[in-house]
Design a protein around this ligand. Structure first.
Ligand code: HEM
Length: 433
C-alpha cells in the first residue's frame, strides 16, 4: 500500500536570475494593446482567436496570459520550428524570464510555467542525459503487452457505466483510462497503484486540488523509488533507476512525474477530443461500423485541428532578437502556439491534410502537436500515447456501438484555459449492456 506523506508545500517559483525591476511599461509588440489570450480563445474558439491574431500581428503576436502577464504567442509554423530548433536563443529554463517580479504567488499558470528540476526545464548536456534515459526506458515498453493491458483496463472502465445507458465520457472514461494504463507501467498488477491513479485523475481534472495532487504524485513516486531500489522489478521505475545515465533520486522522481502527469493529461485530452469528433462529425459515422481506418483518421485529425496541448509554456529569450517581424527582448516569455501552428494557412495550403474531406489526415503527421527539436515528445512516448488512445477509442466504439451524444454539439463546454483544449464534459447515451 502506498503511504503518501502530507504533501510538502514547496513553491515552484524560483527567483529570477536577473531582477526584473518594476512592472514593464511596454506591452510586447506595441501596435495595439495585446489581447488576453484566454478570453479571445473562449469567445469564439481558439481557431478564430488565432486567425484574428494572425491577421492583426502576423506570425508572432503580443498577448496577455492569465493575470495580465505579457508574452509572445508564436502562431506561425515556420517560426515555431525556428524557436524550437534554437534553444540557445529560446531557452527552456523559466528563470530567464524578466517578468517574475510581476507574478502573484497564486498565479493560475504557475504550475505549468514555473521552474521545476525536471527534464522539461533542463538544458544542454543535463537535458540530453535525462532525455536519453526516459527515451530508453519508454522504448523498452512492449507495445503488444501494453495494448493487451490497455484493452483489459478499458473494458473494466466501460463495465462501470455500461449498464446505466448514459454517462459523461470525460469524467468516467477519458480521464480514467490513461491514468490507469500509465500507472500500470509502474509494475505488476499486484503493486498498489490506486493512490497514484487517484492523484493522476485529480491532476488531469485540473481543478483547485491539482497542485496538491501533483505534490502527492511526487511523494508516491518517492515511495515507489525507495521500494524499487530494494526490490527491482520489470517496470519503468526500476529501469530508470538502473539506467547508465545514473540519475539522482530526485531526477528519477521529477522525470517520472512528467511521464505520468504530463503524459496522462495529454492522452486524456486526445481521447476526449477524438471521441467528440467521432460522435459529432457525421462524415465519420458511416466508416465507424466498417473499419478501423476512420478511428486513426480521427485521432490524427484531432492532432491537426484540436490538439490537447494548444499552447505550451514556453521558452524564454536569452538575448534580443527578431521573430516573425517582432522585436523580442532578452527575458521575454515565448508561448508556443502549437495549435495555431498546425492551422497556419502557409502550411495548410501546401502540405497539411484537408481535414474537411479527411484526405491525408491518417498518414500526415507533420503537425507540431508533439513538439519539435531537442525537447520534443520522446518518440516512444508518442507510440505509447497512440496505443492507449487508439485502444481506448476502438474498445469503446466496439462495446457501445449505438452511442450518441446527449446534448447539441455546440452546447459542449470547453475548459477555461488558454493552454489546453479539453472538454468539461461529453454526455452520451447508449443502449445499456
Ligand atoms: C497526446 C499525447 C501527447 C502529446 C500531444 C504530447 C505532447 C508533448 C509536447 C508538445 C512536448 C514538448 C514540450 C516542449 O517542447 O516544451 C512533450 C514533451 C514530453 N512528453 Fe509528451 N505528449 C503526449 C503524450 C506523452 C506521453 C504518453 C508521455 C509519457 C509516457 C509523454 C512524455 C513526454 C516527456 C517526458 C516530455 C519531455 C521532453 C523534454 O522536455 O525533453 N508524452 N510532449
Amino acid at each position: 500500500m502506498t503511504t503518501a506523506r502530507e504533501p510538502a508545500r514547496e513553491s515552484v517559483r524560483e527567483p529570477a536570475r536577473e531582477p526584473a525591476g518594476a512592472a514593464r511599461e511596454r506591452p510586447p509588440g506595441g501596435r495595439t494593446p495585446p489581447c488576453h489570450l484566454g478570453e479571445a480563445q473562449f469567445q469564439g474558439g481558439p481557431a478564430r482567436a488565432y486567425r484574428d491574431l494572425r491577421r492583426e500581428h502576423g506570425a508572432v503576436a503580443p498577448v496577455l496570459l492569465d493575470g495580465g502577464l505579457p508574452a509572445w504567442l508564436v502562431l506561425g509554423y515556420r517560426e515555431l520550428h525556428y524557436v524550437l530548433s534554437h534553444p540557445e536563443i529560446f531557452a527552456h529554463d523559466p528563470r530567464h524570464w524578466a517578468g517574475w517580479d510581476d507574478v502573484p504567488p497564486d498565479w493560475a499558470a504557475l504550475p505549468g510555467v514555473g521552474h521545476r528540476p525536471s527534464v522539461l526545464r533542463a538544458e544542454g548536456a543535463e537535458h540530453r542525459r535525462r532525455y536519453t534515459a526516459i527515451q530508453d526506458v519508454l522504448g523498452a515498453v512492449d507495445l503488444f503487452e501494453l495494448r493487451a493491458r490497455a484493452e483489459e483496463i478499458t473494458d473494466d472502465v466501460i463495465d462501470a457505466f455500461a449498464g446505466r445507458g448514459e454517462t459523461d465520457l470525460i469524467d468516467s472514461f477519458a480521464h480514467r483510462v490513461p491514468a490507469l494504463v500509465l500507472a500500470s507501467l509502474c509494475g505488476p498488477p499486484e503493486v498498489d497503484t490506486a493512490g497514484l491513479v487517484h492523484d493522476l485523475i485529480v491532476l488531469i481534472d485540473d481543478g483547485p486540488d491539482a497542485a496538491e495532487s501533483h505534490q502527492r504524485v511526487l511523494d508516491r513516486l518517492r515511495w515507489l523509488l525507495a521500494d524499487r531500489r530494494e526490490h527491482p522489478d520489470d517496470d519503468i521505475v526500476s529501469r530508470l533507476i538502473a539506467h547508465p545515465a545514473g540519475l539522482a533520486d530526485e531526477e528519477v522522481v521529477e522525470d517520472l512525474a512528467v511521464v505520468f502527469g504530463f503524459g496522462a493529461r495529454a492522452v486524456a485530452g486526445w481521447i476526449g477530443n477524438s471521441l467528440r469528433l467521432l460522435l459529432t462529425d457525421g462524415s465519420f459515422a458511416l466508416d465507424l461500423s466498417g473499419g478501423r481506418r476512420s478511428v486513426m483518421q480521427a485521432l490524427n485529425q484531432v492532432l491537426w485541428e484540436d490538439t490537447p496541448m494548444q499552447v505550451v509554456a514556453g521558452r524564454w529569450a536569452t538575448r534580443n532578437t527578431q521573430l516573425g517581424g517582432q522585436r523580442i527582448e532578452a527575458g521575454d516569455m515565448i508561448a508556443l502556439g502549437l495549435g495555431a501552428g498546425n492551422a497556419d494557412p502557409q502550411v495548410r495550403r501546401g502540405h497539411a491534410p484537408d481535414t474537411q474531406t479527411g484526405a491525408g489526415t491518417s498518414a500526415n503527421s507533420a503537425h507540431l502537436s508533439f513538439g519539435h527539436g531537442e525537447h520534443r515528445c520522446p518518440y516512444p512516448a508518442q507510440e505509447i500515447a497512440e496505443v492507449v488512445t487508439r485502444t481506448a477509442v476502438e474498445a469503446l466504439l466496439d462495446r457501445l456501438p449505438n452511442m450518441w451524444i446527449a446534448v447539441p454539439a455546440d452546447a459542449l463546454g470547453w475548459r477555461r484555459t488558454a493552454w489546453n483544449r479539453a472538454l468539461t464534459a461529453l454526455p452520451v447515451r447508449f443502449s445499456p449492456v
